[in-house]
Design a protein around this ligand. Structure first.
Ligand code: CP3
Length: 364
């Protein structure tokens, strides 16, 4: 495999261990430079990803450890980011529960007719991650072995899972939705069934995330992309308890935990109660405002608008500088986007962002 990550400075002699800047920042420890990685960093904006993808369907890539490992490494090699996120999808364990899953070009995920009643929920099974999702654990083991061979150019590996609300959005709607009307109808008309689905998803996620850390994931990110679709009181009543339960499986002493919520302003007061090390903030909420609301007990991650990467490099850098400046209000900052990188981004712009961030001093 190519080893083209830029030199990481004085700490980067071949004998030093892996770059731990990201893990230190998760734990609010001092770092030499601001750490940076990008959500969806292994994806279609990279020609080397498209090359693999041209030969293999997306789900096959997720389910073949060698392919998943290969594309996970691509952004580390090309961009020199400080962490790798396992290549997979939040819907992979949902398929292992018995929900039909396919991806069609331009349509996003498709999950059949949608689970909308108690018989549908009862038909779902709790997967055994070591068996039914063994390919995920194998990809993690492969990547850890690869990173240990890379010496100082190796980076920590982040495992991930979706949180119950976001998974339920896809399971109930049967795919993507613009208004989540079926989920909201089920929550109001049949709260018992709705909660039994969220409870099952919480148990699945807890087992699945623990298994990833046992296999070698060194940090863990929980994605709740659709956390912002409900009112604050609905979130507190229906979502928060299952979210807390879903996150129970990861031993935080072994792997710091990151919570990402899309459109998080409404739920910021609840984020303060999350048993996590890092809060990943979407691009709509400035990091200084988030820091004031959640207090000093969290590192913050984020939150450049992914749209800034479509601008010419000087404009992108100006937007990134603003994020860096606001991030100084947090006890510790991990630079990232406020959501996933999009396929239209030029790899040169992504590289320019990583180099720009590495040129910034870490918060004192
Ligand atoms: O971040 C990474 O590089 C790791 C891989 C990763 C993927 N999906 C790969 C992917 C991660 C962490 C995810 C998480 C995910 N998947 C989320 C939560 C984060 C977010 O972006 O909101 C959600 C909601 C999904 C579900 C999903 N998967 C959707 C809605 C889509 C279609 C949208 C799209 O970009 O096409 C996917 C497909 C998907 N997941 C792709 C990738 C690289 C594109 C598939 C392809 O190559 O055709």
């Amino acid at each position: 495999m190519k080893r083209t990550a830029p030199d990481r400075g004085p700490a980067a002699s071949p004998s030093t261990s892996v770059n731990d800047r990201f893990l230190r920042a998760c734990r609010r420890q001092p770092v030499d430079k601001l750490p940076v990685w990008m959500m969806r960093q292994a994806g279609r904006y990279l020609p080397e990803y498209r090359e693999v993808r041209a030969k293999h369907p997306f789900l096959e890539m997720c389910r073949t450890p060698e392919l998943a490992a290969r594309v996970t490494l691509q952004p580390v090699e090309r961009l020199g980011v400080d962490a790798a996120i396992l290549f997979c999808d939040i819907l992979i364990p949902v398929a292992a529960m018995g929900v039909p899953l396919k991806f069609e070009e331009g349509k996003g995920p498709m999950l059949g007719a949608g689970v909308r009643d108690s018989a549908g929920v009862k038909a779902l099974r709790l997967p055994d991650p070591g068996k039914d999702l063994k390919f995920v654990m194998d990809a993690i083991r492969l990547l850890r072995a690869e990173f240990s061979k890379m010496g100082s150019k190796g980076v920590p590996l982040i495992g991930f899972a979706g949180l119950p609300l976001t998974l339920a959005c896809y399971i109930i709607e049967g795919g993507k939705s613009s208004d989540f009307s079926r989920l909201k109808a089920m929550m109001k008309d049949d709260p018992t069934t709705f909660e039994s689905l969220l409870d099952l998803l919480a148990r699945m996620t807890s087992d699945y995330s623990r298994a990833q850390v046992e296999a070698g994931a060194q940090a863990f990110q929980f994605f709740d992309t659709w956390a912002g679709i409900l009112t604050a009181s609905e979130y507190e009543r229906f979502v928060l308890p299952h979210t807390l339960k879903a996150m129970e499986g990861v031993p935080r002493s072994q792997a710091p935990v990151i919570h990402f919520a899309g459109d998080c302003r409404r739920i910021l007061p609840f984020l303060k109660r999350m048993p996590v090390d890092v809060l990943s903030i979407d691009w709509r909420v400035p990091l200084d405002e988030a820091a004031r609301t959640v207090g000093p007990d969290f590192a913050l991650q984020g939150n450049l608008d992914p749209g800034a990467l479509l601008q010419p490099i000087p404009e992108m850098e100006a937007a990134a500088a603003e994020v860096v400046a606001k991030g100084r209000a947090a006890k510790s900052h991990i630079f990232n986007l406020g959501h996933g990188i999009t396929p239209e981004v030029k790899p040169e712009t992504a590289l320019a962002l990583v180099e720009f961030v590495h040129g910034q001093k870490a918060a004192p």
